[in-house]
Design a protein around this ligand. Structure first.
Ligand code: PLP
Length: 347
């Protein structure tokens, strides 16, 4: 049912990818005169005068040990943004193909579609923020290439029912992308181990949230080797710079600290939920599997502005469908959370 070759755009199927100096010569040598680098060095360290590994094998091997996924099933992008954009460019014919999103959800699926002139169809989530499978199915036609599922979802903070995602994976012949940016904060199991069962599955994760490395810009896509090969064919040759590769490698050695931070953030999330619920300004707090809370307040616009005047920035989501009256609040440090609670207590 799933045929990758038929799903690809013609120009990408026929594409002869750029072959860099680093691609063409992979052996051991002492003298590198093949890439027009500055052999004398740089104002920084001698490392940075050389082009980085185009396929980031060291980072992927380290990630492979952390995630239990073979390196050839991993693509690294300049943030998840690049992992999203490349799927559009490889699979979606501008002005012809379409994708389906499940709003309210992460904004980049739609922005990236518009940049690529790809139609976006919307299967709004049900009132309990779960997938509307009937609506989803009705939106699919022969030009539907991708279904975007965000779980845990931003901004609603919940995870999608596993069985629902499996129904989509089993029945949709295009790509199903499960964006797990917040998976480390969730009680639910990742889909990352299901790649062998589903040739149409792409799981996205990121170093920007639990790993605390939003500034590095490192997104990950996990998929079949065939899909990863498409990613590698379309990506810019050196999409992950040397500094990011080195720093990510270093971070991946310290999983203990990351796990400690995840535990601390989840504990504070639960504590915040209790304390926020006790405030008169708070009408409802939705259950969260992420590092943020979706909070319904008495007057979202006024509360947002009030907090801003106190130097506290939250995200006003009150104009978003199904999120009327809601603010999205990131779990901060203990001190930041206290400041927020104190301010809201005085509203
Ligand atoms: C924050 C976030 C990301 C991460 O994006 P990066 O480009 O990797 O920083 C991806 N998906 C969702 C749903 C997010 O909220």
């Amino acid at each position: 049912m799933f045929q990758l070759d038929k799903l690809l755009r013609d120009n990408i199927r026929k594409l002869v990818p750029y072959s860099s100096a680093r691609d063409e010569f992979k052996g051991e040598a002492q003298v590198f005169l093949d890439a027009n680098e500055n052999s004398l060095g740089s104002p920084l360290t001698r490392w940075y005068n050389r082009y980085p590994d185009p396929l980031q094998w060291k980072v992927k091997e380290a990630l492979s040990r952390v995630k239990g996924i073979a390196p050839q099933h991993i693509f690294l992008g300049n943030g998840s943004d690049e992992c999203i954009d490349i799927l559009y460019r490889a699979f979606c014919e501008p002005g012809k193909d379409n994708v389906i999103i499940n709003p309210p959800t992460y904004g980049m699926y739609e922005v990236s579609a518009h940049i690529n002139d790809v139609e976006v169809r919307r299967a709004t989530l049900l009132d309990d923020f779960q997938l509307d499978l009937v609506h989803l199915e009705n939106l699919v036609d022969e030009n539907t290439k991708i279904i975007w599922i965000c779980s845990p979802n931003n901004p609603t903070a919940n995870s999608m029912n596993r069985q629902d995602v499996e129904v989509v994976l089993n029945n949709f012949p295009g790509l199903v992308v499960v964006d797990e940016a917040y998976i480390n904060f969730s009680r639910h199991r990742s889909f990352i181990q299901e790649l062998t069962d589903y040739p149409n599955l792409v799981v996205m994760q990121t170093m920007s949230k639990a790993w605390g490395l939003a500034g590095l810009r490192l997104g990950m896509a996990f998929a079949s080797e065939a899909i990863i090969n498409v990613y590698n064919k379309v990506k810019p040759p050196y999409n992950i710079n040397q500094a990011t590769q080195e720093l990510a490698l270093k971070a991946l050695e310290d999983t203990d600290q990351v796990n400690d931070m995840i535990r601390a953030l989840v504990t504070m999330r639960e504590q915040m939920t209790i304390e926020l619920a006790a405030l008169p300004v708070v009408k409802k707090i939705y259950p969260s599997d992420a590092n943020f809370l979706l909070v319904k307040v008495t007057d979202a616009k006024a509360v947002y502005q009030y907090l801003l005047n106190k130097g506290i920035v939250v995200r006003d989501r009150s104009k978003v469908e199904l999120c009327e009256g809601c603010l999205r609040i990131t779990v901060g440090t203990a001190s930041e959370n206290r400041q927020l609670l104190e301010a809201l207590g005085q509203f």
